[in-house]
Design a protein around this ligand. Structure first.
Ligand code: AMP
Length: 426
């Protein structure tokens, strides 16, 4: 098969690594890709928001399957457009991607189908929103309805902070995404990410992970796209996994089918594992980043048949196998991230780093220039490792990092700490 992957981050490098390893893959292209992806695929400089050009590229290169990495093209209907042109595409159509594209849509779907989530209301006017949050009190959570690249959620510790968030979002700080708000109760507990593969009717669990959103050690500092992750999540055992499938994932897939928007693709549930059970915080309509980096390291089965079965509605008789080992990834980011940062710093030592046992390095934001690897983004490298325990994977990833020379970068030193602590106590 000729396969085209869309995207340019660490998630896409991990997907490219796995897709390239499939015996089904003949040629693999990636648009636009990065310096790491270029080791696995032929990178093509296509604007992925230009659906017409993507379709033309697929026709010219006899592409048999397109795999969409990020959420923006999904919400913009790229799957609808490619499928209408007769090109098989992995991922949800626009109407199904609303599970990520509209928080209000997802909350209403949960409420109508008894799916556990925080109590909420939707708002289009600041006065109503403020009256509601005063009636609920703090802590309280203010969310922009639309896609806001991870900046659309304020967990407010006081009513004043929540009111300021309402004013900022309705004031246009997030553009169109903030035209409508969801205000919901604060949930207490420990978070985890749960991934399921869906074909419109059937959902099968993939694996679990926990990510680290804050920029600095000890979960301090600003929120980021994710500074590291590990899998499996220590707070989701087999019983909890079954409960999540039963209470959250399967009812969602049934409800989406019932409204005529069958969900195909990866359904990524951000969960709060509360004392009284799992609750949905949010859905994403795609693989997580950096969670995919650890999922792909643990996936024993070929990924390509799984992607095809999702697209073709054939998951009922499908089984995926996973390595028992744990996997962990540490994000190396440019100093200043998630604020402003410099690009172009030279990165050295990658060959020595990847020689550490069990280590794979996925590139998130890099480019090649004159044979050198340069930083070209906020999140730049995902130094990843597999190990018998999370602790072993962690030790290997940090040993690899110690061999990387990149003065403009920083990283967290405590990725996986909850799981490592639990392993130590056991
Ligand atoms: P989201 O983009 O909806 O995943 O929200 C980003 C982060 O905000 C989540 O990963 C949580 O850490 C936090 N968050 C969102 N909603 C809630 C909630 N209802 N209660 C507590 N924390 C929340």
């Amino acid at each position: 098969m000729n396969i085209l992957l869309l995207g340019s981050g660490g998630r896409e490098h991990a997907l490219a690594w796995k897709i390239a390893a499939s015996p089904l893959t003949d040629r693999l292209f990636c648009a636009p890709g990065n310096a790491g992806i270029a080791q696995e695929a032929q990178c093509v400089a296509l604007d992925i928001s230009d659906h017409g050009r993507i379709i033309a590229f697929c026709r010219n290169n006899k592409i048999d399957l397109v795999v969409v990495g990020p959420e923006a093209p999904l919400c913009a209907g790229i799957v609808d457009d490619l499928e209408a042109a007769g090109i098989k595409t992995f991922g949800p159509r626009r109407a199904a991607a609303r599970l990520e594209g509209s928080k209000g849509f997802t909350k209403d779907l949960c409420q109508a189908n008894g799916i556990p989530t925080a109590a909420y209301e939707r708002f289009r006017a600041a006065a109503d929103a403020k009256a509601y949050l005063r009636s609920r009190g703090a802590p309280i959570v203010v969310k922009a309805d639309g896609l806001a690249a991870g900046k659309g959620v304020v967990v407010a510790q006081s009513v004043a902070e929540a009111e300021a968030a309402v004013d900022a979002m309705f004031g246009g700080a997030l553009g169109e995404a903030g035209g409508e708000l969801v205000i919901e109760d604060f949930l207490d507990g420990e978070e985890a990410s749960f991934f399921a593969l869906c074909d419109g009717e059937t959902a099968i669990p993939l694996a679990t992970a926990q990510d680290h959103k804050r920029a600095f050690d000890g979960d301090k500092g600003p929120n980021t796209g994710g500074m590291g992750a590990y899998s499996p999540a220590h707070n989701i055992d087999a019983v909890m996994s079954d409960r999540i499938m039963h209470d959250i994932i399967r009812p969602t897939v049934r409800a989406m089918k019932a409204i005529g928007a069958p969900y195909k693709g990866v359904l990524y549930a951000g969960l709060m594992i509360a004392p009284d059970g799992p609750k949905l915080i949010e859905y994403n309509a795609r693989f997580g980043d950096p969670e995919t980096q650890v999922l792909m390291l643990r996936l024993m089965s070929d990924l390509v048949p799984a992607l095809l079965a999702s697209r073709d509605g054939m998951l009922k008789a499908f089984d995926l196998r996973w390595y028992k080992q744990a996997a962990l990834t540490v994000v190396m980011a440019a100093k200043g991230y998630p604020g402003s940062y410099a690009r172009g710093g030279v990165i050295e030592g990658l060959k020595e780093a990847v020689a550490v046992e069990g280590v794979e390095i996925f590139h998130a934001g890099t480019k090649t220039e004159g044979g050198r690897i340069l930083a070209n983004g906020g999140r730049v490298l995902n130094v990843s490792a597999i190990g018998k325990t999370v602790g072993e994977a962690q030790a290997r990833a940090y040993q690899a990092i110690s061999r990387i020379r990149w003065p403009d970068g920083f990283y967290r030193h405590d990725i996986g700490w909850r799981a490592v602590e639990r392993e130590r106590l056991a």
